[in-house]
Design a protein around this ligand. Structure first.
Ligand code: SF4
Length: 701
């Protein structure tokens, strides 16, 4: 930090990275961010992590898109072959008028052939208003629900289980509530790297005596603070959690009164758990029966307990079942709806909660109102003053890629997503993108996905726009423009409106606040939350009055299900889709690193972050490396049934023997070339956390 002479203006906004939603004061000079400071937001109380503090300079990177681009008639065949510094062989600059006409014209042409030829991916990096407009454009403009975003790749299974069993997909308590807990479980999440400011609250909790039960196949940094560390076998979540619940039933440690008053299906759950004794499950999950018993007694004995989970839970073919188990564990011990108690799936992107709330998903309109309900659709088309649209659920992210290969989708509008890097079996996704007759990409950089575009619309980074954003805590906050977009780049909502008009829609919004006002008409979650309030302060939904800052804890008196009760849904053990064998003997686990964000398009263009982690790397246990004849710093080749990548090997005792951990931010060793596209049948989320892989020493990168 410097003194006031270092900058000529200060803007308060929100971090663009993770779902914690830290509030930041940006110090700006000559339209450049000089440095930042954490301020007293409800989720961060002045704290920031390395990404929030140093990861802002990507917006000034020379590779920013500043003009609309149209693919040249004589461009080489589509592929991952565009040099961002030398794009002129593939694209030519265009005016906004020409680019928008070209983008909308191509979509309209295919719509006239068959409306379902079009699909859209919106963005969890955009504002709530932009997410709302995106789903509206697909539904109103094309008449169907082929619209999705990266929630499908992160917490779709958690949301499915929460909606099924407690009637609401958001967290039941803010993460800050851990200060009122005496026990907490953190499973399949690595908050020290992925939600670092939330992790500071976890550490404080342990410092004052709270018991932190960490469950993860990787022994990551939170292990140092754990009262119990359960480094279980990948994919064995359901066996382990059912064994813990078995003990709670067997020893009658459950909350009889709570179960009777607030839940249903308890008898079936009890019966189901009989088959999961710790002794039987111990060899399956790799945790000793005594430890499972101790964890059960510790959790059930808590006065107030919370459960936090991340993508280690959700990204499996049994991701929904994993979440069902966590929900059941909280319900049987009555650990919901009280201070220090609750369920908290830690949301990844800064606005994945808000984008999902705004209806950027193929099954639901805003506020998780099903598209299958005629009355729900009618409520929206009345506000939109338009015809009815399909009551059939649309296709999800991975299904859309398959539909392109099948010839059923021929055009896509992709805003701020990077499926060429983020989809499982990335070569399959890249082939799909190359097959599209008309691909419109709206982004801030010429991303791997933009390589395949027919037209690229240069948009604004989070720091360059006005709009609201909703964090993992259900806190709605105002994002303010810190600097102007570079060159001719525009705010995303403006581009969406211009495209919609060219598709024949009568959209008259002149500011994001107009969109927010429309959202409120059919989104009960925004009751008592007004644009004016948000300009002054953050508000947590639900907010009960114009003076209520919002409810940090929900489900106090019941659940938003038809009978007001939460439900126990028993979960059976479903094995991972692909198990190791002699040809592919290791388990590949993919994930994130502290310094790099998702597909790397922002953080790898941020000087400090890229300097700390400049090269693709992969972590293995030192004994595994020795057995392979590999030294740390050597290159190794990872091969699955989908493809191969070569990457630098790191020695890391946190990774269990037999496992390999590979971050997915690096295009030169794209982890998703390797990953398995098998889907959870309910949440339709791919199994990023478990692929069978072969590891060999390589000569060079
Ligand atoms: Fe940004 Fe998340 Fe870090 Fe906060 S914890 S500064 S929201 S990346």
């Amino acid at each position: 930090a410097g003194d006031s002479k270092d900058y000529d203006r200060e803007v308060k906004s929100v971090c663009p990275y993770c779902g914690v939603g830290c509030q930041i004061s940006f110090k700006v000079k000559d339209d450049k961010i000089k440095y930042v400071e954490g301020i007293d937001g409800p989720a961060n109380e002045n704290r920031l992590c390395v990404k929030g503090r140093f990861g802002f300079d990507y917006i000034h990177h020379p590779h920013r898109l500043t003009k609309p681009l149209i693919r040249r008639a004589d461009a080489p065949p589509k592929g991952l072959n565009v040099d961002p510094a030398n794009w002129q062989t593939h694209f030519r600059e265009a005016t906004w008028e020409e680019a928008l006409d070209f983008a909308a014209g191509g979509m309209a042409r295919l719509r006239d052939q068959k409306p379902t030829y079009i699909a859209g991916f919106g963005s969890a990096k955009c504002s709530n208003e932009e997410a709302y407009l995106f789903q509206k454009l697909i539904r109103q403009g094309f008449g169907h629900n082929n619209v999705d975003h990266c929630t499908r790749l992160c917490h779709a299974s958690s949301v499915a289980a929460l909606l099924e069993n407690v009637g609401s997909g958001a967290v039941s308590a803010t993460f800050n509530e851990i200060e009122n807990a005496d026990v907490a479980i953190a499973i399949g999440c690595n908050p020290l790297e992925n939600h670092p400011v939330a992790a500071t609250y976890f550490k404080q909790f342990t410092k004052r005596g709270g018991k932190l039960i960490v469950m993860d196949p990787r022994g990551h940094g939170l292990k140092r603070f754990a009262s119990h560390m359960l480094q279980f076998k990948p994919g064995a979540d359901v066996s382990m959690l059912n064994a813990i619940m078995h003990v709670i039933v067997e020893e009658e440690l459950y909350d009889r009164q709570y179960i009777q008053a607030m839940t249903e299906n308890w008898e079936a759950m009890k019966e189901h758990l009989k088959g999961f004794s710790p002794e039987k499950m111990a060899p399956i999950c790799g945790i000793e029966a005594d430890v499972l018993r101790d964890v059960a007694r510790t959790f059930a004995g808590a006065k107030a307990a919370m459960i936090f989970w991340g993508m280690g839970v959700s990204q499996h073919v049994h991701g929904t079942d994993n979440s069902r188990c966590l929900i059941s564990l909280a319900l049987m011990t009555g650990q919901v709806g009280r201070p220090g108690a609750g369920l908290h799936p830690l949301r990844g992107q800064n606005n994945v909660q808000g984008a999902s709330d705004a209806g950027l998903i193929p099954m639901f309109l805003p506020d998780y109102q099903t598209v299958e309900d005629d009355g729900v659709r009618s409520a929206f088309t009345t506000v939109w003053q338009s015809d009815d649209f399909s009551g059939q659920e649309g296709l999800t992210v991975v299904e859309i890629m398959d539909a392109i290969h099948a010839g059923d989708i021929r055009s896509m509008y992709i805003l701020g997503e990077n499926p060429a890097m983020s989809d499982p079996d990335a070569d399959h996704a890249r082939d799909a993108l190359a097959r599209l007759e008309h691909l419109v990409v709206q982004d801030i950089f010429l991303t791997e996905t933009a390589n395949y575009a027919d037209v690229i619309l240069p948009s604004s980074a989070w720091y360059e726009k006005t709009g609201t954003v909703t964090n993992t805590n259900r806190q709605v906050q105002m994002g303010r423009p810190v600097t102007p977009p570079p060159g001719d780049a525009k705010e995303d909502w403006w581009i969406e409106v211009e495209l919609a008009r060219r598709l024949g829609l009568d959209w008259t919004y002149t500011h994001p606040s107009d969109v927010f006002a429309e959202m409120k008409l059919n989104m009960q979650s925004l009751d008592n939350i007004t644009w004016e309030r948000l300009e002054r302060t953050a508000v947590t939904y639900p907010s009960l009055s114009l003076d209520d800052p919002g409810q940090p804890i929900v489900f106090v008196d019941g659940f938003p299900r038809a009978n007001g009760r939460a439900k126990f849904t028993p979960a059976n053990v479903i094995p991972p889709d692909e198990v190791p064998d002699t040809e592919y003997p290791f388990v590949l686990i993919t994930g994130r690193q502290l310094e790099h964000w998702h597909t790397g398009s922002m953080t790898r263009r941020s000087k400090v972050l890229d300097a700390v982690e400049p090269e693709a790397n992969c972590s293995l246990h030192p004994r595994t490396l020795r057995e392979l004849g590999v030294a740390p710093g050597d290159y190794i080749r990872l091969t699955t049934r989908r493809g191969s990548v070569t990457v630098l090997a790191r020695s890391d005792r946190a990774v269990s023997e037999g496992n390999v951990f590979l971050p997915f931010a690096y295009v030169e060793a794209a982890a998703n070339i390797l990953t398995n596209p098998a889907l959870d049948p309910v949440g339709k989320i791919p199994e990023f956390k478990f692929s069978a892989v072969r590891v060999e020493k390589a000569q060079s990168a």
